[in-house]
Design a protein around this ligand. Structure first.
Ligand SMILES: [Zn+2]
Ligand SMILES: [Zn+2]
Length: 174
C-alpha cells in the first residue's frame, strides 16, 4: 500500500496516526519466498520533521513460515516489527539520500509493504532450527534423523553407494 506523504513533508508539526492493512503475502529472502501465515494491520505514525523531512514509525506483528536449516521442516516465527525511519522528500534530498531511502519511498509516497518487508529481512534469524538439538537429515539417504537412525556411514559416504541411492530414490518417485 502506498501512502502519500506530501502533507507530512510540507506542513510543519503535522503528525498523522493511522492503521493500514498489510498487503504483503510473502517475504523474499535470498531468492526464496517465505509465506506470511498471519499478520496484523500496520500502525503508522507519520510526523513532520522539518522542511521536506518526515519521521515514520510503523508497528506490526507478522508470522512467517520459515524452514529448519537442518531438517527443512516448517518453522513458524513471529516477527514483532518496529520500524523507525527518516524519510526525505525528493524535493530536498540529495542524490546520496535518495539512494538510501529508495527502499520504501516512491517519490512522495511511502510503500508500507516494502518498509515492513525490509524490517523483517533485517531481523531475519541467523540460524533457524525446529528445535535446539535438531539432528537434521542423513547426508546419504536423506532420512530425518529426528525420527530415528539409519545405517549409513555419514562420515565417509561412498560415492558409488550415493549413486545407487539416487537411482533408488528416482524409482520410488515413479
Ligand atoms: Zn529441524
Ligand atoms: Zn542414512
Amino acid at each position: 500500500m502506498l501512502i502519500n506523504l506530501t502533507d507530512v513533508f510540507t506542513e510543519e508539526e503535522k503528525s498523522v496516526t493511522k492503521e493500514v492493512p498489510l498487503e504483503l503475502t510473502s517475504i523474499r529472502f535470498q531468492g526464496e519466498d517465505f509465506r506470511i501465515l498471519e499478520k496484523t494491520p500496520v500502525r503508522l505514525t507519520l510526523a513532520n520533521n522539518g522542511q521536506g523531512r518526515a519521521l515514520i514509525e510503523a508497528d506490526a506483528e507478522v508470522t512467517v513460515e520459515l524452514k529448519c536449516d537442518r531438517c527443512l521442516r516448517e518453522v513458524t516465527r513471529e516477527f514483532a516489527v518496529h520500524a523507525s525511519v527518516a524519510a526525505v522528500s525528493p524535493d530536498v534530498a540529495n542524490a546520496e539520500e535518495q539512494d538510501e531511502e529508495s527502499g520504501f519511498l516512491e517519490g512522495y509516497q511511502l510503500n508500507v509493504d516494502s518498509l515492513i518487508s525490509n524490517e523483517i529481512i533485517t531481523c531475519w534469524p541467523m540460524k533457524i532450527l525446529c528445535k535446539e538439538d535438531c539432528k537434521g537429515l542423513c547426508s546419504v539417504c536423506g532420512k530425518d534423523l529426528n525420527e530415528g537412525t539409519c545405517d549409513c556411514d555419514t562420515f565417509v559416504p561412498d560415492p558409488r553407494m550415493a549413486a545407487i541411492m539416487d537411482i533408488f530414490r528416482e524409482n520410488k518417485e515413479v
